[in-house]
Ligand binder design. Sequence first.
Ligand code: SF4
Ligand code: SF4
Length: 345
Amino acid sequence: MAVKMSRKSFDEAFERLKETYVIYAPKRFPKEGRYVDTDVVRYGVVERGKEIVYDAKSDYPAKEVIGPITETLFYFTDDEYRERKTDSKPVLIFARACDINAFKRQDRIYLENGGFEDSYYRKMRDRISFALMECPDKGWDTCFCASMKGNIVEDKDYIFGLQLEPETVKVDIKKGSLEEVFKGEEMEYSVPLVTENSRKVELPVIPNKDIQQQVKNLDLWKEYDKRCLMCGSCTIACSTCTCYTSYDMHYTPDSNAGERRRISASCHIDGYTDMAGGHTFRSTAGERMRFKTMHKVHDFKKRFGGEHMCVGCGRCDDRCPVFISFSTLINKLTHETEKLTGGSK
Ligand code: SF4
Ligand code: SF4
């Protein structure tokens, strides 16, 4: 069932939703952007419907709801520890199709990794439902979700979908109990999925280990030794990057009381692969770019099956301070791989 309602009626429905859910959505944080006097759009708890930023792609992904840049896992003293307290109220996230798919990719890593589950992720994940936000016809200029199948969601993936305009709101209700929440005029509406982007990506086909080794040695990676700053901005803004490190913070220098924190990490930055004894894997920017790229469009799928890790949200391209385009890199990689294979698959 779908309904059309005024913005005022939607805001009232939003108040009813809040009785059941903690609601996260993209919201504007004034003057917290990268440049002077610019805003940033990122996920946060929203108290009123009008806080939701609908007409722009968020600068940072919905993954921040479940994996913030830093979070406390547990508290410890000399001889005992206590996990952090976790709220049990259900969580509703207003998300685009790519962000919903990004959660599915993260599930593979946090919940299906060799039989181990990340209990902190699991507790939060079990509370989450999605509201699917309609995208512009072809997405935004850096999106390539259609190439990565990040554009496709099924009815079971969200409890309602919506088109949020300044005056009117259309809601496609997927969960029966929400018919009491959204009161409006019945109509035909379902969220149209993006089927094509302006930016298109061809994915590399690497048929065997021999070609994989040759791909590893391509000169193309060396270009990034000069260009990439190894700042990690692309991975922090990435919908699907999951790497983190942990840090024990002692409350005073001479006490063993403190807390263990999980902190986002990045394969691009110094220190990520440092080992005891001083060895470092992948010390150059090009090697790090290769590692990330292969993970996003080859290694993840080889390990877990299903889709590639990258959902084509394009946030890495949006955030890179030196305008390195990941989608362009994938196309270059595919071109070079085809030269190695003669185009065979
Ligand atoms: S690699 Fe780039 S396009 Fe792909 S999911 Fe991450 S941020 Fe989005
Ligand atoms: S690709 Fe861009 S955003 Fe990513 S680490 Fe390099 S310079 Fe930073």
